[in-house]
Ligand binder design. Structure first.
Ligand SMILES: C[S@@+](CC[C@H](N)C(=O)[O-])C[C@H]1O[C@@H](n2cnc3c(N)ncnc32)[C@H](O)[C@@H]1O
Length: 291
């Protein structure tokens, strides 16, 4: 296991799942990338910090290409993911976008000295894996040039896949799974060595990092039933992860229900149900470095 982050998660082993998820989110994040890059100057320098498998990296590269080109810097602690993101971004940016990578731990490295001054820094679902989230926001803000924008994708609404009554166990299973997942998340954060609580919202964190005009917008990922094979596979992967991660927090009845839903030999298997969908919102919090 390559373990270089603070959260005890083996990110490299998640590459295939992250790629599938990137494909599911691709049209939603393409719009977000276009909206953010539109606000940057021509030939912009854009950073994707905690780029994962590179779904948004590709969308940012494509948006830069649509504006005549620019520079995209990918930052992650995990080399396997950086390589995947780099391939995706190069394919999307073609010859118009210069794509470089920086292997770095955002929690400890002075990134401003390793990355050119940025017009846009994007960080999705990465800051909440750092011990000190506010310090991470300050580090990301320090990479901005005057007038540059930091955009943090954090929070939103949980992913939903199933009707209230699934025909397996007691209705309302997903709400109980998500409550258990929230408890696990709190413990995951508390278990990070040197974890510092951040008892306020992301726009406040941006303002405390010295950024102006802090605000948010949300985007929807909406794949109605009957969902594609990729969405159903994602549902199976998500419920399998929930069973592994929070199964011991569930009642015996809910544990049995989840086991039936992820069992390919069970007639109620998630992977072959025609009522599986995927719906969730993600929130993007933005702030600007004053000129
Ligand atoms: C949940 S994934 C998000 C990936 C992608 N941004 C997305 O939204 O799909 C978190 C990413 O942050 C990276 N990461 C976690 N801790 C990090 C750290 N301390 N420094 C740099 N990257 C980190 C992980 O390797 C992983 O790629």
């Amino acid at each position: 296991m390559s373990q270089v982050t603070h959260d005890d998660i083996d990110w490299a082993s998640k590459l295939a799942d992250m790629r599938r998820f990137d494909a599911i989110e691709s049209s939603a994040v393409r719009e977000v990338a276009t909206k953010l890059v539109e606000q940057a100057p021509p030939g912009a320098v854009v950073v994707d910090a905690g780029c994962g498998a590179g779904g948004m990296s590709a969308a940012l590269a494509s948006a830069l290409r649509g504006k005549g080109g620019g520079t995209l810097v990918l930052v992650d602690a995990v080399d396997e993911l950086l390589r995947a993101a780099q391939d995706a971004a190069i394919a999307a940016g073609r010859d118009s976008v210069s794509v470089t990578t920086v292997t770095a731990d955002v929690a400890t490295e002075p990134l401003a000295s390793r990355v050119p001054e940025a017009d846009l820094v994007w960080a999705s679902a990465m800051v909440h894996h750092l011990p000190n989230q506010q310090a991470g926001v300050v580090t990301l803000a320090s990479m901005l040039g005057p007038g540059g924008m930091l955009a943090l994708a954090e929070g939103g609404s949980p992913q939903q896949f199933l009707p209230w009554d699934t025909g397996v166990g007691r209705p309302g299973l997903e709400a109980r799974l998500n409550a258990a997942r929230d408890e696990w998340f709190g413990e995951m954060r508390a278990g990070i060595h040197g974890a510092v609580p951040m008892p306020y919202g992301w726009t406040t964190a941006l303002t405390r990092a010295g950024l102006a005009d802090a605000t948010s917008f949300s985007y929807l990922v909406d794949h109605p039933a009957p969902a594609s094979e990729a969405v159903r596979q994602h549902a199976v992967a998500r419920f399998t992860w929930l069973a592994d991660t929070v199964g011991d927090r569930l009642s015996p009845g809910d544990r049995e229900a989840v086991a039936a839903l992820i069992d390919p030999d069970d007639p109620r298997f998630l992977g072959s149900r025609d009522d599986v969908f995927l719906l969730y919102a993600r929130t993007v919090h933005t702030g600007r470095r004053p000129r």
